[in-house]
Design a protein around this ligand. Structure first.
Ligand SMILES: *[C@@H]1O[C@H](CO)[C@@H](O)[C@H](O)[C@H]1NC(C)=O
Ligand SMILES: *[C@@H]1O[C@H](CO)[C@@H](O)[C@H](O)[C@H]1NC(C)=O
Ligand SMILES: *[C@@H]1O[C@H](CO)[C@@H](O)[C@H](O)[C@H]1NC(C)=O
Length: 295
């Protein structure tokens, strides 16, 4: 019992000493070592601001109050983003369609005839400018430097006069446009006075050159070598020939029609002859390349 009382008294002394020491105003605890929050300090001056050793950091303070609510944002446009995403292919067409044909049917597109930038094969060629005609079937048109009628110069041998054709795009770009189309055609015409073309006995004195540089032996509107359009349809001015010009008289006539073979187009050159004598004349006309349909 005595032991307990002594212990209790000592404990009380230490406790009050600690309590008062923390307050820093009492010197009853001289000689005790006090453990406080700031470290270990000899009680010989009640110096509680020791920087010799630091205890663990205190707990974080309380969170501050939640701030005021911000202003309301603008109202969104319902479904616009999804709508745009679903229309991405046709919007891409609006920017650079593969051909003029790919512009048709896009809601909101106003089909005005004129020049457009097209991109028939993004992996193979650069975009090119083409003329679009939306009157009737949407058609992609590519021009060149021989659209106007030109008189051939005087010379007699077969294919002595040669005219190469320069397009407003590279042959690769044009080929890509042809590939992206279902149908293509190019008008070709020879107007003649005493100048034959594919004469079965004396000829052929004329030809056109294909995309890959081959000289082709039929004329526009025909498919068979030695034939013009009138030969195919049996309507030549002289039925014994397959071209009007092959009659070879002073009476002016012409042979004309469309070349429609996609693999051979565009026409890259024309050659003529039998125009060296004073009475012999010839004039050529080559239309632009026209393509339509989606391939
Ligand atoms: C308390 O102790 C610190 C560092 O140990 C000392 O710089 C300071 O002077 C002391 N203060 C008093 C009142 O003794
Ligand atoms: C466009 O095509 C229409 C119908 O084929 C034709 O009548 C018209 O001349 C063409 N316009 C141009 C500028 O080529
Ligand atoms: C066009 O099509 C042909 C045949 O399919 C292909 O070999 C060629 O690489 C294509 N060219 C371009 C420029 O797209």
């Amino acid at each position: 019992m005595k032991f307990y009382v002594t212990t209790l008294v000592i404990s009380l002394q230490i406790c009050s000493c600690i309590i008062w020491s923390v307050g820093g105003q009492d010197n009853r605890c001289k000689g005790y070592t006090i453990n406080n929050y700031y470290g270990i300090t000899r009680a010989d001056g009640l110096n509680t601001s020791s920087t010799q050793a630091r205890g663990p950091p205190g707990r974080p303070g309380k969170k501050g109050p939640i701030g005021q609510t911000g202003p309301k944002g603008d109202r969104g446009v319902p479904g616009l983003r999804n709508d745009l995403l679903s229309r991405l292919p046709e919007l891409k067409n609006l920017l650079t369609p593969k051909t003029c044909s790919y512009l048709t049917g896009i809601p909101g597109f106003n089909p005005q005839n004129g020049d457009y930038l097209i991109h028939p094969s993004p992996t193979k060629v650069l975009p090119l400018s083409a003329n679009c005609n939306f009157s009737g079937i949407a058609t992609t048109i590519i021009g060149h430097d021989a659209l106007n009628e030109e008189k051939i110069s005087s010379c007699n041998p077969h294919k002595c006069y040669r005219r190469s054709v320069q397009y407003e795009a590279t042959i690769e770009q044009i080929t890509a446009m042809i590939n992206a189309s279902l149908h293509c055609r190019q008008f070709i015409k020879y107007r003649c006075i005493e100048s034959y073309m594919l004469h079965p006995v004396h000829g052929p004195s004329s030809s056109w050159t294909s995309r890959s540089g081959n000289e082709i032996g039929y004329w526009g509107g025909a498919q068979r070598a030695g034939y013009c359009a009138c030969g195919e349809s049996g309507t030549c001015v002289d039925p014994t020939f397959k071209c009007n010009c092959d009659r070879n008289t002073v009476v002016e006539t012409s042979d004309e029609g469309y070349i429609t073979d996609k693999e051979l187009l565009p026409v890259t050159g024309m050659a003529f002859g039998d125009a060296g004598d004073s009475g012999e004349h010839g004039w050529h006309t080559l239309g632009p390349l026209e393509c339509w349909g989606r391939n």
